[in-house]
Design a protein around this ligand. Structure first.
Ligand code: SAH
Ligand code: ZN
Ligand code: ZN
Ligand code: ZN
Ligand code: ZN
Length: 462
C-alpha cells in the first residue's frame, strides 16, 4: 500500500481508502493546478495514521487504483523538470484513443451503409472495422454480420472490462435494468443522465428508436471510450467520474450542460453505478459538481431549493459513507442484480443475494418496489422493504440492511445481523470469530471497532 499505488485489496472486499481514524490513505481532493495523467487531473492523497496526516502528500491517478492501469505518481512538493514534463505530455497524448469521437461517429455512419456481409467487429481491438482495415486485423479474432440489433446493444458486443481496480464493469441483469427504467418512467422523468450505466442508456436508446411514443432520452457519461463508436456526441461523453473530467473538453461539458438545462432542468434524473473501489469522496465531489451544473438552470426561476434527483447505485455497506456526503439520501431495499457479478454467492434462500442498493434523494415512499419479488410497503417507515425486513418496535424502523431478519440487541440499543452475538470484551455485537480489539480506530466499511475492512463482517452473509 501507499507509494502511489492505491490500496490493493482482495476479492469480495469493499475496496477503498481508509476513513479518518484508520491507518491508510486519505483523499485530499481535486487540487487546482494538479498535474494530469491520461485520465485527467490527478488526485491529491496523503498517508494517514490514527487520523493524522503522515508524510508527504502526493498525486496519483484518479481512475486507476493499481499501477498497471496507470502508474502516475508525483509528490506534491516535487520539482518536475522540463524534460519530464515534456515526456509526460507526450505520454498523455500517446495514451489517447486512436480515433477521436468525431472520427468514430463518421466511421459508424459508413459502417451502417455496409451490407451485413461486410460488417466486422474486431474482438481484439474492440472496434468496428471498415473493409479497408480488414488487412491490418487479419490475424485478429473478429465477429461477422454485425446486425443493427447488435449495434443497438453495444454492451453485449463489447466484452465487459473486468479489471477489478480500474473499470470493473458489472452489467445490470435485464430484470434490474427494466425495473430501473420502469421506475424512472413511472416517476415522470423524461431525461436520464446515465453516469457509468451503459446498459441503462442502451435500453433507453433502443426503446427511443423503436417506440414512437417513448419519450425518455439519455446521455451516457462513461470512461469507457469504446462506446463512442456507437453513440454521437449528443448521446455519449467520455467522462471520468472520479475527477469530473470531460475528455472532450468544453464542447463535451456543454453537451452535458445543455442536456441538463432542457425544459428548465425539469424531469431529469441522474443515475449512476460507479465501480465499488472506494473513493466515495471523489465520486461525491464529482456528483456535486454535476448537481451544481443542473442547478444553474434554476437561476431564472429562483424558486425552489431542490437537488437534482439522483439514483446512486452502490453496496449497502457504504450507506454511512454516502450519507456523510449526501444527508438527504436514503437507501432503498431493492437488490440490484447483475449479469456478471461473481462477488456475491448464493444466499440462504438459494437466490443470489446482491448487496447493491439504490441510494436516492427522492421521497422513499415514491420508490415502489415489486411486490411479486417479495417487497412490501411498511406504513410506519413509509417505504418499501424486503420481505425479510421486519419492523423493529424498539428501533422504530425496518432495520435489516441485507434483506434477512435482524435481531435487536438491548445492550447495543440497535438491531444487528442474525448471526452476531454481544461481545462483552468489545462492548458491542460482533460475529463469532472476531478478534477482540481495544482500538478506537473503526473499520472503514462499517465504522465499528475490532476489525479491519478486509475482515469486515458486513461484507459476508454469515
Ligand atoms: N451496471 C451498469 C454498469 C456499471 S459498471 C450498467 O449495466 O449499465 C461501472 C461503469 O462505470 C462502467 O461502465 C465503467 O466503464 C464506468 N467507469 C469506471 N470507472 C469510471 C470512471 N473513472 N469514470 C467514469 N466511468 C467509469
Ligand atoms: Zn484488431
Ligand atoms: Zn418499518
Ligand atoms: Zn432494533
Ligand atoms: Zn450487542
Amino acid at each position: 500500500e501507499g507509494g502511489g499505488s492505491m490500496a490493493a485489496t482482495g476479492e469480495g472486499e469493499a475496496q477503498g481508502l481508509c476513513g479518518p481514524g484508520t491507518g491508510g490513505l486519505a483523499l485530499l481532493g481535486v487540487a487546482p493546478g494538479a498535474p494530469s495523467c491520461p485520465h485527467g487531473p490527478a488526485l491529491l492523497f496523503v498517508k494517514t495514521s490514527q487520523g493524522k496526516e503522515e508524510g508527504r502528500r502526493f498525486y496519483a491517478c484518479s481512475a486507476c487504483r493499481d499501477r498497471k492501469g496507470c502508474n502516475f505518481f508525483q509528490w506534491e512538493d516535487e520539482k518536475v523538470s522540463e524534460t519530464r514534463l515534456a515526456a509526460r505530455e507526450e505520454h498523455n497524448r500517446n495514451h489517447q484513443p486512436p480515433f477521436t469521437h468525431r472520427q468514430n461517429v463518421e466511421r459508424y455512419k459508413n459502417f451502417v451503409l455496409l451490407p451485413l456481409s461486410k460488417r466486422r467487429f474486431c474482438q481484439e481491438c474492440q472496434q468496428l472495422l471498415l473493409p479497408a482495415e480488414w488487412e491490418k486485423h487479419s490475424d485478429h479474432q473478429f465477429l461477422c454480420d454485425i446486425s443493427t440489433a447488435q449495434l443497438k446493444s453495444p454492451s453485449q458486443l463489447l466484452y465487459p472490462l473486468e479489471n477489478k481496480k480500474t473499470n470493473a464493469q458489472y452489467l445490470f441483469a435485464d430484470r434490474s435494468c427494466q425495473f430501473l427504467l420502469d421506475l424512472i418512467i413511472d416517476l415522470g422523468f423524461r431525461r436520464v443522465l446515465s453516469v457509468g450505466t451503459p446498459r441503462l442508456h442502451e435500453m433507453i436508446q433502443s426503446k427511443a428508436s423503436q417506440e414512437e411514443d417513448f419519450r425518455v432520452r439519455s446521455l451516457l457519461l462513461d470512461i469507457d471510450f469504446r462506446y463512442s463508436q456507437f453513440y454521437t456526441e449528443d448521446e455519449f461523453c467520455h467522462y471520468n467520474m472520479f475527477n469530473h473530467h470531460f475528455f472532450g473538453g468544453e464542447a463535451a461539458r456543454e453537451t452535458c450542460g445543455k442536456f441538463l438545462y432542457q425544459d428548465h432542468g425539469e424531469r431529469v434524473i441522474m443515475v449512476t453505478d460507479p465501480p465499488f473501489g472506494g473513493l466515495v469522496e471523489a465520486l461525491a465531489s464529482s456528483f456535486k459538481k454535476l448537481m451544481a451544473m443542473w442547478k444553474e438552470t434554476e437561476k431564472e426561476e429562483g424558486h425552489n431549493n431542490q437537488e437534482m434527483p439522483m439514483f446512486w447505485i452502490f453496496p449497502y455497506f457504504f450507506e454511512s459513507r454516502i450519507l456523510e456526503f449526501f444527508p438527504s439520501f436514503s437507501m432503498m431495499d431493492y437488490q440490484v442484480d447483475y449479469d456478471n457479478h461473481a462477488l456475491y454467492k448464493h444466499g440462504k434462500t438459494g437466490r443470489r443475494q446482491s448487496p447493491v442498493r439504490i441510494f436516492t434523494n427522492l421521497t422513499p415512499s415514491m420508490i415502489v418496489l415489486p411486490v411479486e419479488e417479495g417487497y412490501r410497503f411498511c406504513t410506519i417507515c413509509q417505504r418499501y422493504v424486503s420481505s425479510g425486513n421486519q419492523h423493529c418496535d424498539i428501533c422504530n424502523s425496518c432495520t435489516s440492511k441485507d434483506g434477512r431478519r435482524w435481531k435487536h440487541c438491548i445492550l447495543c440499543k440497535k438491531c444487528v445481523k442474525p448471526s452476531w452475538f454481544h461481545c462483552n470484551n468489545c462492548n458491542c455485537c460482533a460475529f463469532q470469530n472476531h478478534t477482540c480489539q481495544k482500538t478506537d480506530a473503526g473499520c472503514f466499511v462499517c465504522g465499528k471497532a475490532g476489525h479491519k475492512r478486509s475482515t469486515c463482517p458486513s461484507l459476508s452473509y454469515t
